[in-house]
Design a binder for this molecule. Structure first.
Ligand SMILES: CCCCC/C=C\C/C=C\C/C=C\C/C=C\CCCC(=O)SCCNC(=O)CCNC(=O)[C@H](O)C(C)(C)COP(=O)(O)OP(=O)(O)OC[C@H]1O[C@@H](n2cnc3c(N)ncnc32)[C@H](O)[C@@H]1OP(=O)(O)O
Length: 209
């Protein structure tokens, strides 16, 4: 019987010789820079979109993550696991926890003043996370290489110094406003564009990269 050789390529079809974990900054990546107009350390970042599953106040079953700016190119956030977030009985669903990490790393956009979307997201689940737990998340940018923004995050149980339950690394890709207007469902895009605050914010990110 002949076995099938493992695929000698990375997630984007690159040859094995070129493969570095896609979420690890390359050696020539730039250190991240806190944008001069980034929210001051300690400031609550609020929601980027009322209907966002991760942070939107209108999503009653969403994560309603509350993030704050840190000193560097970093944020802290808390996610309270509710019964609606269960996977196993009394335990958080892994995909929901990944969403919380995605949202926390996505909120680094506020610190860089960049609009970006998740290209790749890797997660290690280290400990189970029971319902009613508050997951304390710290997320930071680890490097920037052109449009590519490398991020890492960890989530701890019960407090910022609690045991680590989840670790994540991600590659975000900078996009323009057109990313949303081209691909989003027209009715939500129309409503979002009619919201002057949201529109101005995304435009400001574009002219002040
Ligand atoms: C009007 C409404 C506005 C609403 C927005 C409001 C506010 C925004 C501002 C602030 C937001 C604040 C907080 C946000 C909080 C949470 C956000 C949650 C984030 C998400 O949950 S977001 C949803 C999931 N996300 C997607 O829905 C993406 C689908 N996808 C695509 O839309 C494309 O795929 C894209 C754009 C990613 C790239 O497409 P593209 O054509 O622009 O660029 P291209 O493919 O050339 O990639 C360029 C370089 O990245 C490398 N690269 C790309 N992908 C890679 C991968 N997976 N692995 C390894 N490398 C990768 C390439 O290899 C190349 O590298 P190189 O330059 O070295 O060749």
């Amino acid at each position: 019987m002949t076995g099938t050789a493992p695929r000698a390529e990375g997630p984007r079809g690159e040859s094995q010789a070129d493969v570095r974990p896609a979420t690890t900054p390359p050696p020539d990546a730039q250190p991240p820079v806190r944008h001069p107009e980034a929210p001051a350390p300690g400031t609550s970042l609020g929601s980027h979109y009322d209907h966002c599953f991760g942070c939107g106040p209108q999503q009653v079953n969403g994560l309603q993550l509350e993030a704050r700016a840190g000193e560097g190119v970093e944020v802290t956030a808390e996610f309270t696991v509710k019964p609606v977030h269960q996977g196993g009985p009394g335990l958080a669903h892994g995909g929901v926890l990944m969403s919380a990490m995605d949202e926390a790393m996505g909120s680094l956009n506020w610190i860089l003043h960049t609009a970006s979307v998740t290209g790749r997201l890797e997660t290690d689940f280290v400990r189970p996370v029971p319902v009613d737990t508050v997951l304390h998340i710290h997320a930071e940018v680890t490097g920037v290489d052109g449009r590519k923004i490398y991020c890492a995050a960890e989530g701890r149980l019960g407090g910022p110094e609690g045991p680590v339950a989840i670790r994540a690394q991600a590659l975000f890709i900078q996009v323009q406003l057109e990313h949303f207007t081209t691909h989003g469902r027209p009715q939500e895009i129309k409503a979002a564009l009619e919201n002057p605050d949201l529109f101005k914010r995304v435009r400001a990110f574009e002219v002040n990269p």
